[in-house]
Design a protein around this ligand. Structure first.
Ligand code: FAD
Length: 429
């Protein structure tokens, strides 16, 4: 049981996506060079431009990126969402009346969200992480085991006792072949987290039998920062403004129909898209790759284990109906970073049970509420029942006419309700 490791670190993060990199940067900036952080990801540094995806970054998440010094590198490429309209109709309806509209600011001059292409944000995070001294390893985490490291005899033993100093750590095996010993292992390795599985943490949830088709279109006229969400019977069809005369499409269909649509020849795909997009922005042209992502709800039964924390999609996957998946992951990052930093500054063990319990307590309820909310919205809107349509349209009409309720939804979408961790308020740790 006494072993020596090839390398040692304070925190090892498996997964260098948005969540893993943001956490690494936050820890290094708050705790300095003496606090070692390694991020291991086989895809690190690889161009993320290929999948053509973009994300809605809520105001709270933008504040986190600002505080970490990442936002100024991407701000030019980020499109503020200046207003949003919601419609609820059948595909063949000639007119789609607007049931709900939001002006897009939570504070004067602060939009509730921005759209940004994923590869732009990931590129900026990798650069920031390197500049902050995060060690990036282009290798997967292939396993881990608990170990007790022997640090030799205590130079100041208690009288009459012959003590050795030992510490409990995690020995993390990388696919490259070496082992890194760490005080805290963080699983940020996405929805199919191998680390979560190796820890034996199960998930609860279900598949929606739907897929989200994602692509990018260019259009003749300006979108003026308007986002649209059309609730059609198979699921929401979202048009999200990107910089320039372009929009990102997130288009939910039943899984088998999505497969058919994605495989269509270019002309036929364009026609399917246009029948949903409409002609209000003039002619449209598909300018990005298209892909379909299976959609489901999944929440880990525990967000922590011994010297282990789960963040981002490794901890939870939700329906993209409200564009909140990544934002939820960044809330994990902000909460875990705050818990670890507070402990480390007091000289406490960053992988200690108290730190992890504080993190789990902070995040599980919020995650479950968001999971239930997106699940409910999807069930309410993704169906063909006329009776339900009348009911939900009355609901949308009420929200539209009640400014305080509308204000609450905007702040909720911006990620600014509940017990908000410091980084999401724009405060440094
Ligand atoms: C159609 C669609 C639209 C969406 N739109 C939005 C939106 O508008 N706004 C929003 O907030 N969210 C959105 N989301 C959700 C968002 O994309 C995810 O929540 C987010 O990408 C999760 O980030 P992550 O860092 O947790 O995981 P990921 O981005 O999945 O990153 C995981 C990383 O782990 C690495 N990895 C995998 N296995 C290992 C291993 N064994 N060891 C080491 N590394 C490993 C991978 O290479 C990857 O880089 C959308 C999702 C979908 C499907």
């Amino acid at each position: 049981m006494t072993t020596t490791s090839d390398r040692s670190t304070d925190v090892l993060i498996g997964g260098g996506g948005f969540a893993g990199l943001a956490l690494a940067i936050a820890l290094r900036q708050a705790l300095g060079n003496s606090f070692r952080v390694v991020v291991a990801d086989p895809a690190i540094g690889r161009s993320y431009g290929g999948d053509g995806r973009a994300s809605a970054i809520a105001a709270a998440a933008r504040r986190l990126f600002e505080t970490l010094g990442v936002w100024d590198k991407v701000a030019d490429g980020a499109q503020p969402i200046l207003d949003m309209v919601v419609t609820d109709s059948k595909l063949q309806d000639a007119v789609r009346p607007v049931f709900l509209s939001f002006a897009g600011e939570i504070e004067p001059g602060e939009p509730f969200a921005h759209m940004i292409e994923n590869h732009v944000l990931i590129g900026a995070l990798v650069e920031r992480a390197k500049a902050d001294g995060v060690e990036l390893r282009a290798s997967a985490v292939s396993g881990f085991q608990y170990r007790t490291d022997d640090h030799g005899p205590n130079p100041r033993p208690e009288k009459g006792r012959n003590e050795t100093r030992v510490s409990k750590r995690v020995g993390v095996t990388l696919a490259a072949g070496d082992t890194v010993s760490t005080r805290l292992l963080v699983a940020a390795d996405g929805a199919r987290s191998a680390i979560r599985e190796a820890a034996g943490i199960a998930c609860v949830g279900w598949n929606y039998g739907q897929s989200g088709i994602v692509t990018t279109v260019a259009h003749e006229r300006d979108h003026h920062g308007r986002a649209e969400e059309h609730f059609l019977p198979p699921g929401p069809f979202a048009i999200l403004p990107l910089k320039g005369r372009r929009s990102s499409i997130v288009w939910t269909e039943e899984a088998h129909e999505a497969e058919r649509i994605v495989a269509l020849p270019d002309d036929a795909f364009h026609d399917e898209l246009e029948s949903r997009f409409g002609l209000k922005l003039g002619d449209i042209e598909v300018v990005g790759p298209r892909a379909a992502y299976p959609l489901g709800l999944s929440v880990a039964r525990s967000f922590v284990g011994e010297r282990l924390a789960l963040v981002g999609d490794a901890a939870h996957v939700i329906h993209p109906i409200a564009g909140q998946g990544l934002n939820l992951g960044l809330r994990d990052v902000a909460a875990l970073a705050e818990a670890v930093v507070d402990a480390a500054r007091l000289g406490l063990d960053p992988g200690g049970a108290d730190v992890l319990e504080r993190y789990q307590h902070w995040r599980r309820f919020d995650t479950l509420s968001m999971g239930i909310a997106t699940d409910g919205l999807n069930r309410l809107f993704s169906n063909r029942s006329d009776a339900l349509r009348i009911l939900r349209d009355i609901g949308l009409g009420m929200v539209e006419r009640l400014p305080p309720l509308k204000g609450f939804f905007i702040r909720e979408a911006a990620g600014l309700t509940g017990e908000v961790p410091k980084l999401l308020k724009g405060e440094a740790l």
